[in-house]
Design a protein around this ligand. Sequence first.
Ligand SMILES: Cc1cc2nc3c(=O)[nH]c(=O)nc-3n(C[C@H](O)[C@H](O)[C@H](O)COP(=O)(O)OP(=O)(O)OC[C@H]3O[C@@H](n4cnc5c(N)ncnc54)[C@H](O)[C@@H]3O)c2cc1C
Length: 593
Amino acid sequence: MAAKLEPISLADIPAGGAFLLQPLGATTIHAPESFTEEQRAYYRTARQFLEREVMPHVDRLEKKDYPLLVELLRKAGELGLLMIEIPEAHGGLDLDRTTSMLVSEAMTTYGAWSVTVGGHTGIGTLPIVFFGSEAQKAKYLPQLATAEKIACYCLTEAGSGSDALGAKTKALLSPDGKQYVLNGVKQFITNAGFADVFIVFAKIDGEKFTGFIVERTMPGLTVGKEEHKLGIRGSSTCQVLLEDCRVPVENVLGEIGKGHKIAFNILNMGRLKLGVGAAGGCKHAIDEAAAYARDRRQFGKPILEFGLVREKLARMAAVTYALESMAYRTTGLIDAKLAAAEGSGGDSHERVIGALEEYAIESSILKVYGSEALTFVVDEAVQIHGGYGYVEEYPIERAYRDQRINRIFEGTNEINRMLVPGMLLKRALKGQLPLMEAVAALDGASSAPAAAGSLAAQAEAAEACKRMALFAVKHAVETFGTAIEERQEVLGAIADVVMQAFAIESAVARTRLYGEGDPVREALCRLLAYEARTTALARARHALYCTLPVEAAGAAVERLEGWGRFAPPDPVADRELIVQAIASQGGYPFPIR
Ligand SMILES: Cc1cc2nc3c(=O)[nH]c(=O)nc-3n(C[C@H](O)[C@H](O)[C@H](O)COP(=O)(O)OP(=O)(O)OC[C@H]3O[C@@H](n4cnc5c(N)ncnc54)[C@H](O)[C@@H]3O)c2cc1C
């Protein structure tokens, strides 16, 4: 196995979105195999905490026992699990993004707990870490680090969800200039039932979108009733009402009129975490399904012996391997960028925000791919449980309900699908990514350049998906110009092709670097590439039919199909390799230890 990632110079770290333009293997990538012992130790601690302290109380927590939930948050705080990204000077550990993601992944077995922790440590606390003044950090972070105080994030309103900047909550400066008076209602706020610190977005004078730190005890803040939700029932979700709520001027967070900077940067982090968390959820569902399939007997034998059950498990593992590869590749890029930039001067939090922004395309991909992979994996896990998957005694029933929210919050999957090609084109226009040069080079590209080395056909599948994405971009840009923004069906289809390219490439690059010759990893890559390339072809074809008149589309699709054609693997042989590994491992074949 390859050694852990060595520090590399800033110039060698690929730009965000560059995976689409560079050949596979152009740069080394981070993966679970390159975690340090310290990173693994944090994962183990978080997982043990979840298993020993949280899981035994799920029944009480699901009935909204908030005093217990808060007590557990404080216990997690004592262990240091809530302070990973808080600066040492303010009571935190200030560790790398990979460690933070590993702790998030370890928490995902119980959805309501994972969302509660994320609401506090991520969207609730990070706005102060990244944008707070020194005085604000000193006042709030030490107590947030230990969960003595609990945070929440109030952006959404009844009239503005996806269109977050359309918020109506207003802030007016009091005549004495000492306070802002906030009026408005925030909707669906995680942790609101017991939070102490509320990050609230409001428009000063109805115009300047600005962040505020509001305390529960400030006059004029009240919390509405709990929503009755489909899933994550153990988490709190309420309205937050601001009626002449008086907030001292020193509690303005960041610059006046720059609240969007806070909101969007925090979302980048949230999307990344959601993708990583989804990988944890997928692994858990595979573990549950594998155990059930081993024990459940029908027709005189364990259902694990049936081909269709085996096929499900193998496909579940293949998308999970891809998701995990994409997720830790991206956190590794962010950490590499931060490590390389260390000592370059400037504010360290500005650097973190810059690194998160750099890989915003990858974060949106992870949000969409991760949440949809989780939907697929958990749904198949329910199916493997048969009728028992539909009743409460089995944890997979709760997981099925809990996972659904992931496609809705942190920017719906529709919004994130628009963002993927939107950000690629924006970066190209700004000269940050040679996208149009790569599109132009397509004309000279042969239809199937040979790829060498192990998993050659799968490496070629990744390259073929990239060409398909670029080809769809080319026609869309030539046909619609800047009006492409309005063609959502085309943008959404392009996003899907780009996602499949990133998935295959990440899984293959990881396997080549860290697991070459491992039959199970190679089988996972073959199965993934086999299906992902087919999906990419269908979505690229759709993009072309939505772009060009039917006849022209037909000719273009022929070229596309040249890239979509490939010698299929033996899916049954690959399935067997994967399922045998799942059976001997008792779950996902590559657990983090
Ligand atoms: C359990 C839960 C917890 C939450 N926690 C928080 C929290 O802590 N803090 C917070 O601020 N918010 C929170 N939210 C709110 C969440 O972020 C929003 O629900 C989400 O952003 C979607 O907004 P919306 O519900 O208003 O849907 P809408 O924006 O009305 O969307 C409805 C549908 O229209 C689609 N749509 C909207 N605009 C477009 C477009 N331009 N193009 C294509 N399709 C579009 C959407 O994709 C979606 O399918 C939470 C929500 C839930 C349910």
